[in-house]
Design a protein around this ligand. Structure first.
Ligand SMILES: *Cc1c(COP(=O)(O)O)cnc(C)c1O
Length: 375
């Protein structure tokens, strides 16, 4: 059996090595390492894939979120609502821009932002909602968008984990993650579902004016060279990374299918384990399984993790501490116990190996090792 990894990027590369090596070599030969033609080519291809009118590549997913909030013209003191059970990036950029992060609890089944909690958190200072499509399935976008419309708020999707996930609205129309809010942000960090060989990210929007502002902000606030209209940043996707992504994009649907097949295997295998809860599914979104995250409700999560590690099965806790309990984000408004679902999840979640290269032998071994923990 091949060693089991959380994410197996070596094996994935081996399957596309000739095309990948050629694409990277082409960039090196051209020496257009910044703003090479592959960057725009990839952006157009990702627009075609997602249905977004504009894709603007940037240096990473965190900067995509920062640029999004800058483009919306938010001012210090404006409140931005985000889930407390997520990766730090969202709250981080809110804080960096002098905005006020307002965190809300999540749903136990989908682990995504609770719409009821968002409704209760809206104040006259609220300017934006940042739903995170956690672990690969979209938050309740129809309800979030309706709430935003009612209160005249912006919606910025954090789709770093959910590229390719499809949301179905009640009228039957479908839209992909990152294309439903005013702006969608994604990450091409290597382990993400569409990952490059370094850092990368993108913003998506269907709004021409916002797209223009985003492009200007990401390029030093500059429309005409050395004329700076806005305070901007320098955030670019390297040409080599764009070439890597453009080579992987045609394989993304197969990659998603491989993740979903592994998830289906896990679901079936764990159906008879009352001490584990398999990932709950949204009624409206497909799940692209950036992570396959169990809730260990009838056993000691940390002991299970140690048991797995000792047997050669990596397992990770995403995420062990909710935002409102992080040292850097201490806030007198928030105390332990205020967000019981997020706090309970932080204590019981365990993500199993999930990637495009898991074979039956590995999956069987992982399942058998998990089950051996509690007979
Ligand atoms: C990965 C990730 C980000 C940040 O992306 P980077 O490219 O690493 O900056 C933001 N939000 C979520 C939910 C993520 O998983």
């Amino acid at each position: 059996m091949r060693p089991i990894q959380m994410v197996d990027l070596q094996q994935q590369y081996q399957h596309i090595k000739p095309e990948m090596d050629a694409a990277i070599q082409q960039v090196i030969d051209s020496a257009a390492f910044v703003k090479g033609k592959q960057v725009e080519t990839f952006a157009r291809h990702l627009e075609a894939y997602t249905g977004a009118k504009h894709v603007i590549p940037v240096a990473n997913g965190t900067e995509a979120l920062q640029i999004a909030l800058m483009a919306l013209g938010l001012k210090p003191g404006d409140e931005v609502i985000t889930p407390t059970f997520t990766f730090i990036a969202t709250a981080e950029v809110v804080a960096l821009l002098g905005l006020t992060p307002v965190v809300v609890d999540v749903d136990w089944q989908t682990m995504n932002m609770s719409v009821e909690a968002v409704r209760k958190a809206i104040t006259p200072k609220t300017k934006a909602i940042v739903p995170v499509h956690l672990f690969g399935q979209c938050a309740d976008m129809e309800e979030i968008l309706a709430l935003a419309k009612e209160h005249n708020l912006f919606v910025v999707e954090d789709g770093a984990q959910a590229i390719g996930a499809t949301y179905t609205f009640s009228d039957g129309h479908k839209a992909q993650a990152c294309t439903m809010g005013h702006i969608g942000c994604t990450s091409f960090f290597p382990s993400k579902n569409l990952g490059c060989y370094g850092d990368g990210g993108a913003l998506m929007t269907n709004d021409d004016a916002l797209a223009d502002t985003i492009r200007v902000i990401a390029n030093h606030g500059m429309r005409v060279r050395y004329h700076h209209d806005l305070v901007g940043v320098n955030s670019r996707l390297d040409t080599i990374q764009a070439a890597v992504l453009d080579t992987k994009l045609p394989h993304l649907d197969d990659y998603i299918a491989a993740r979903q097949a592994a998830a289906a295997y896990y679901d079936k295998a764990f159906a008879d384990c009352p001490w584990l809860q398999t990932p709950g599914r949204s009624a409206h979104s497909t799940h692209v399984f950036h992570q396959y995250t169990l809730r260990v409700t009838g056993a000691d999560r940390n002991a299970l993790r140690e048991h797995l590690t000792a047997a050669g099965v990596p397992a990770m806790v995403y995420y062990p501490i909710p935002l409102h309990m992080q040292t850097a984000y201490q806030d007198p408004r928030y105390t332990r116990g205020m967000f019981p679902v997020a706090e309970k999840l932080a204590d019981c979640v365990l993500s199993l190996p999930m990637h495009t290269e898991l074979d039956e032998e590995q999956l069987a071994f992982i399942v058998q090792t998990v089950k051996a923990f509690k007979k």
